[in-house]
Design a protein around this ligand. Structure first.
Ligand code: NAD
Length: 256
């Protein structure tokens, strides 16, 4: 019997087989969890549906997190099909490509709004709908962040600000959800070659620096991140909430 047998979870943020969300889905499935998936827009359905079906998932629904009616629809379906929920994975972010290069000083009003809304507010919007379904079930939520929330990383720009807002949101949500027995934590992952990462100008350089300078002298894989997600989404982390756990080969601890 798996660690998560009989449990039900929903994953937001799978785009393809390289997505961190997909690695998390696979490890949760391996431990016995039944999963639901959302995809952002019709173009991604043909990628996400076969992946979801390969894990036996019956619930595969569209959800662009900028649209409240689509978010409502996802949770209505989950409630109807399952009656409750144990786990939610928020593994999504977006900023316009032109905001992820050059000076942060040039961030536009619209670029700032979009990055913060899709990458940070979406967690609040999803958590608000997930929480009532998790009460009495020791629910757990996880989101994905990056070190650019704390330190200046060239070209990460407005996404660093969005990740700072995301991490702060996790703390406030943890305080609200804790009394209901629901936990929420952040994984701060090292750089991983995915679709989203390829939008960041000079991303290869970030990978090279982590490989050269991190204590483990390597980059992390999607699976490294997924294993920590399993810890945070299972009873193994029953006393942990509101935290940021780094899965970055130790890069964040280094000074000169
Ligand atoms: P990915 O491109 O595979 O996943 C990003 C997901 O965001 C996609 O599934 C995309 O459809 C979704 N998304 C974008 N706009 C959306 C919208 N409006 N509505 C709903 N979904 C939307 O890339 P990934 O690297 O797996 O990213 C997952 C998470 O991990 C992101 O939060 C990212 O910032 C974070 N992260 C990534 C890295 C990295 O180096 N890859 C490092 C640290 C943190």
């Amino acid at each position: 019997m798996g660690l998560l047998s009989g449990k039900k979870g929903i994953i937001f943020g799978v785009a393809n087989e390289k997505s961190i969300g997909w690695a998390i889905a696979q490890i949760l499935h391996k431990e016995g969890m039944e999963l639901a998936f959302s995809y952002a827009g019709e173009a991604l359905e043909s990628r996400v549906r076969p992946l979801a079906e390969s894990l036996g998932s019956r619930i595969v629904v569209p959800c662009d997190v900028s649209d409240d009616s689509q978010i409502d629809n996802v949770f209505d379906i989950v409630k109807q099909e399952w009656g409750g929920l144990d786990v939610m994975v928020h593994s999504l972010a977006f900023a316009k490509k032109e905001e992820l290069k050059g000076e942060f000083l040039n961030t536009t009003r619209d670029g700032f709004r979009i990055a913060l809304e899709i990458s940070a507010f979406s967690l609040v919007a999803l958590a608000k709908r997930a929480a009532p379904l998790m009460e009495g079930r020791n629910g757990s939520m996880v989101t994905l962040s990056y070190y650019g929330s704390e330190k200046v990383i060239a070209n990460y720009n407005v996404m660093g600000v969005a990740k700072a807002a995301l991490e702060a949101s996790v703390r406030y949500l943890a305080a609200d959800l804790g009394p209901k027995g629901i936990r929420i934590n952040t994984i701060s992952a090292g750089p991983v070659k995915t679709l989203a990462a390829m939008g960041i100008s000079g991303f290869k350089q970030i990978l090279d620096v982590v490989e050269a300078k991190s204590p483990l002298r390597r980059n992390v894989s999607q699976e490294d991140v997924a294993k920590t997600a399993l810890y945070l989404l299972s009873g193994l982390s029953s006393g942990v909430t509101g935290e940021i756990i780094y899965v970055d080969s130790g890069f964040n601890i280094m000074g000169f």
